[in-house]
Ligand binder design. Structure first.
Ligand SMILES: Nc1ncnc2c1ncn2[C@@H]1O[C@H](COP(=O)(O)OP(=O)(O)O)[C@@H](O)[C@H]1O
Ligand SMILES: [Mg+2]
Length: 1052
């Protein structure tokens, strides 16, 4: 629901109020409570007149809406106007029926209390129009649920149907409701209309057969004749144009009314029937009944010579039998004879002409009456809220709309007026109960200081009509039941006997003087709260009995028309008990209605009719004064002025508004009254605005409450956010716990499953082991004992097992490279096999390694192998040389003198060159030289000079020391005259140089490694010596004895 945002504070409200009202709105006072002279009826009427003149038809008395029929279309009911009233408080806007409707709706939504709107006023005062406006308002402003579109349409469309069948033109109103109607509109918790229910009261059936002058029968007859399609009318045996042809339509001599378009009416009804959900067959059958009533009216009788009554209109009879689906001859007999059951025997006795006419009329009335009831039931089915669960959960609330006949005074008042006026007495009584009386009693009970207002309590009149045994209805029923000759007159006499002294009852006989003249002989007068009414007793008994001859009932029970067959039940025929009389039924249904209304929060609309001529702008003061009086408006005003607009139980009040005060929110733990006092103090209520009773708070002005409501509305936002946050937190926590719980369940379940599976495997394995255990264990043990014996049956299992285990172990632990010497230890029985396997494995690894070796690398390895063969374990510096790769040469071509290369020639290519130090054979002087190894000789070079060239073939051998020095001596034959003697050289790469030289000169086996001394030839027959010793560092000196002494550091 949309609420306008308003600043709190009375001033602000007044400002809004003032600004929304135009000057015209402020004619007179909008609320009679503001009338200065509130005790003056003249002032009251003057205010009404002033406003009426300006077309302002609505005025408040507090929360009661007074409405004066404008008798013209006003521009105040448009959709924009409805929007303007949505969610707006009473006092903010000029008085309007929409404001009242909105107020009830808002109370329904905020307080979740059922509401009812009681519309009262005399015939033609605008009650039905008011109820329609309210319905239109609700169907427009309320929110919609999925299917509520249909419900809205149906709620709206129920009106034209019920009006067509239940309304008629009367002298007072062209569209007078001839039945009472109470309609519940059901709303869901979001405030969307979701269903409805209608209760109907006492249809004025007598109108079917008779209308007063200037009045008409029910609209539907004229609508069917005017608007019905030709084919339909033909089927129903009706003639289109002229209602004058039908006896039941001519009694009032008023077939047409200018203000009513029957043709249009027919279209509206036809459409409404479809929307409500009547199918074509049902509409057809409904019209057959309407037509048959007209045919009944035209059914005529004569008395023949024998005094028997005969039907003279055969065609009508034929149509009747066809339309009602009954046997023509049986119907004919039932219309002219009555069936009497006496002592278990049925007897037929003919009707007099008068009786036949009366039987015919009662059949027409009964048929029409029960069809109307059927129609209401059918509409109720269509409006019923289908979702039972929803309904039973009490989420829905209702607003009831009561549009019931107003107080009626005619020239000639009969049973119907008696009932109608009795109904109005009851409603007045309810009004008194709910407002005047209960208000005052409540103030007293609550200890509120209060100025008593005198009012007339009409209970005395209600009792006069309805009291058991002594009331008018009881006496009427008694007369109806009396087996002897009871008549309307005897009823009147009985009334006189019993009620003669009652202050509100008088008859012609009992009255005197002036009054006697005003009362007819067959009349009794009731002094109603609204005025005096004379009732003519003629027809009272018959109407109260409301009996249909048994014979006719039997015929109707057999009807093939489905509506009729649903209305007339065979079991009713069997039931010998007398049905309740019309007045008693009415009394009972009114009592129920009062109960319904009492259970709801009431709102009142008091309708006033400004003139009898249905003319706009005419303000008939006499007429209005009478209505103001009987509607009790002055009393109403006085009570309201003295009283309080709003009262609430402390608990309810505190519960609703406690959030507006920090001291009472979220809970008040002290006494309720103190809580409310704290709350209103916080809300700044002024002392004149409220009073605190024993159990309730009383608030004088609606405005005070509305402001409080506004504050609550604003506060709700904050509360909603707090609630949302807590709720989200709560729901997330709950969700987390649920998930966690689920996880735990799944986990434990899964663990269980896994555990069970494992246990099952183990069990299975254990079983298998157990099964083979004995056999296996025995064989195994025996095999172990005999493991060293030759293979035999007894140990083969064990040996196989051992072999298998070893092979598997070998497989898992094979050496990864040629250098990997690891190998699993074999069991004794497999030592040999293991060696074989190890060898094969190494072989494979080596093979594999070899195939992957490059040619250079191969050459390198060959040289290294050779070096190893020569020096390994022989010379101290050998181990250091192992990781250092041998290079192709230590001197690049550009480092050797070109001349040398040219001298050596192409055939003698330098393969290896290295820098050396040459020691003179005499004196041991050290000189830097190059040693070049060619394909055929070792050449010692000093720059461009070849100092010595030793053919490999001439080389005798090579000597080196066992120490870590770089000395080596090339031995040459001394006989060779070309040579100067052995060559003493020192080189940093002694292992590499010597190895290369040995390979090239093919002197591998001629290498001599001396421990401490090398002897060499200086010249023929002359010898030199080199002594090698270990020392701290390298030292080469010539000793005194002519030796060369070489001290070399020891390699650790
Ligand atoms: N608010 C209104 N605006 C215009 N015309 C109205 C209004 N109320 C009543 N009338 C006129 O008065 C006539 C009688 O009103 P209705 O509601 O049928 O009276 P009631 O139900 O009280 O007998 C309506 O047919 C309509 O012409
Ligand atoms: Mg009406």
């Amino acid at each position: 629901m949309r609420y306008r945002r308003r600043e709190a504070g009375e001033g602000a409200v007044r400002l809004v109020m003032e600004s929304t009202l135009s000057a015209r709105d402020r004619v007179g006072v909008q609320d009679f409570l503001l009338l200065e002279n509130y005790n003056s009826e003249a002032a009251f009427i003057e205010n009404l007149r002033r406003r009426y003149r300006e077309g302002l038809i609505y005025t408040y008395i507090g929360s009661v809406l007074v409405s004066v029929n404008p008798y013209r279309e006003l521009e105040i009911y448009s959709k924009q106007n409805m929007e303007r009233h949505r969610g707006v408080h009473f006092y903010e806007i000029s008085p309007h029926i929409f404001a009242l409707a909105d107020n009830s709706y808002r109370a329904l939504r905020t307080e979740r209390r059922d509401q009812c709107i009681l519309i009262s006023g005399e015939s033609g005062a605008g009650k039905t129009e008011a109820s329609k406006k309210i319905l239109q308002y609700y169907t427009h402003i309320c929110p919609t649920r999925n299917n509520t579109h249909t419900i809205r349409e149906r709620l709206l469309q129920s009106n034209p149907i019920l009006e067509a069948f239940g309304n008629a033109k009367t002298l007072r109103n062209d569209n007078s409701s001839r039945f009472g109607k109470y309609m519940d509109i059901q709303f869901d918790y979001k405030g969307a209309p979701i269903g409805g229910h209608i209760l109907n009261y006492l249809l004025e059936k007598s109108r079917v057969a008779h209308q007063n002058h200037g009045e008409r029968n029910f609209h539907i007859f004229y609508q069917l004749l005017e608007g019905g399609e030709d084919s339909l009318l033909k089927r129903l045996g009706l003639e289109k144009t002229n209602p004058q042809h039908y006896h039941y339509l001519v009694k009032g001599n008023c077939p047409r009314v200018s203000a009513i378009s029957d043709k249009n009416g027919w279209k509206v009804v036809r459409n409404a029937l479809t929307i409500i959900g009547f199918n074509e067959d049902e509409i057809q059958e409904l019209m057959e009944i309407v037509a048959s009533v007209l045919h009944l009216g035209n059914t005529q009788f004569v008395e023949d010579e024998e005094g028997e009554t005969q039907v003279t209109t055969e065609p009508q009879l034929r149509y009747l039998s066809q339309l009602l689906g009954v046997d023509g001859s049986i119907l004919k007999e039932a219309l002219t004879h009555k069936k009497i059951v006496a002592k278990g025997e049925e007897m037929i006795s003919p009707f007099s002409l008068e009786q036949a006419l009366s039987a015919r009329d009662s059949l027409a009335k009964a048929t029409y009456g029960c069809t109307f009831t059927w129609l209401v039931q059918k509409i109720n089915q269509s409006l019923a809220f289908k979702d039972e669960v929803y309904y039973s959960s009490k989420c829905s609330s209702v607003i009831g709309l009561l549009d019931i006949y107003g107080f009626e005074v005619f020239q000639h008042n009969s049973f119907e007026q008696f009932c109608i006026n009795y109904c109005n007495e009851k409603l007045q009584q309810l009004f008194i109960e709910l407002t005047l009386k209960s208000d005052q009693e409540e103030y007293e009970a609550e200890g509120i200081v209060w100025e008593r207002v005198e009012y007339f309590n009409n209970k005395i009149i209600c009792d006069l009509v309805e009291e058991k045994h002594k009331g008018i209805i009881a006496i009427l029923d008694e007369e109806c039941l009396r087996p002897e000759d009871a008549s309307d007159i005897s009823f009147l006499e009985k009334l006189e006997d019993t009620l003669g002294t009652h202050a509100h009852f008088v008859t012609h006989k009992m009255a005197n003087g002036k009054i006697r003249k005003a009362i007819g002989q067959e009349e009794f007068r009731l002094v109603h709260y609204a005025g005096e009414v004379n009732y003519n007793v003629s027809g009272f008994l018959e109407k109260n009995n409301d009996l249909l001859y048994r014979h006719l009932k039997e015929v109707m029970c057999r009807s093939e028309n489905r509506i009729i067959s649903q209305c007339f039940h065979v079991d009713e025929l069997m039931d010998r008990r007398r049905p309740e009389t019309a007045a008693t039924q009415f009394k009972i249904s009114l009592a129920k209605l009062m109960e319904i209304l009492m259970s709801k929060e009431p709102a009142y609309i008091r309708c006033i009719k400004p003139n009898d001529a249905k003319q706009p702008g005419r303000f008939d003061e006499v007429l209005i004064r009478r209505q103001v009086k009987y509607l009790g408006l002055m009393e109403n005003l006085r009570v309201r002025r003295a009283g309080f607009a709003y009262r609430r139980n402390y608990k309810v009040f505190l519960e609703r508004y406690k959030s507006l005060c920090p001291d009472t929110w979220p809970n008040w733990h002290g006494k309720l009254s103190e809580g409310v006092a704290t709350l209103v103090k916080h809300l700044n209520y002024k002392p004149e605005e409220y009073k605190l009773g024993r159990s309730k708070i009383f608030i004088h002005f609606p405005r005070t409450l509305f402001l409080t409501e506004d504050a609550l509305e604003a506060r709700k936002q904050t509360i909603a956010i707090t609630l949302q946050t807590s709720w989200r937190g709560y729901s997330e926590r709950a969700k987390y716990h649920r998930i966690r719980q689920a996880v735990i369940v799944i986990q434990s379940w899964w663990r269980g499953v896994k555990g069970r599976r494992k246990a099952q495997c183990r069990r299975q394995a254990a079983n298998t082991i157990r099964k083979y255990e004995c056999v296996c264990v025995c064989r195994f043990i025996k095999g172990f004992i005999l493991r060293n014996e030759p293979r035999c049956l007894d140990n083969e299992y064990f040996l196989d097992h051992v072999r298998f285990s070893f092979l598997m172990k070998v497989k898992r632990n094979l050496p990864k490279s040629v250098l990997d010497k690891s190998w699993p230890r074999p069991p004794p029985s497999l030592t040999e096999a293991s060696e074989h396997l190890h060898r094969i494995c190494m072989h494979n690894l080596v093979n594999d390694y070899i195939t992957k070796i490059q040619p250079e690398w191969k050459k390198q390895l060959e040289q290294k192998v050779l070096a190893s063969a020569i020096f390994s374990g022989q010379k101290d510096c050998y181990p250091q040389s192992v990781p250092k790769l041998f290079v192709a040469t230590r001197l690049e071509t550009d480092e050797i003198n070109l001349k040398i290369l040219q001298t050596l020639g192409k055939d003698n290519k330098v393969k290896y060159g290295v820098d050396v130090i040459k020691y003179d054979r005499h004196g041991f002087r050290a000189r830097v030289r190059q040693l070049l190894l060619t394909t055929s000789a070792a050449v010692l070079v000093q720059e461009a000079k070849i100092k010595q060239c030793i053919d490999y073939s001439a080389l005798l051998g090579i000597s080196v020391s066992s120490l870590s020095d770089g000395f080596f001596v090339l031995h040459i034959p001394t006989a060779d005259s070309k040579q100067k003697g052995d060559l003493v050289l020192q080189c940093d790469h002694v292992i590499e140089t010597v190895t290369k030289l040995a390979i090239m000169a093919d002197k591998i086996h001629n290498i001599n490694i001396s421990q401490d001394r090398i002897r060499f030839a200086i010249a023929r027959g002359k010898e030199g010596v080199i002594d090698f010793t270990c020392g701290s560092d390298l030292r080469v000196i010539k000793t005194k004895n002519g030796h060369l002494s070489v001290t070399t550091p020891r390699i650790s």
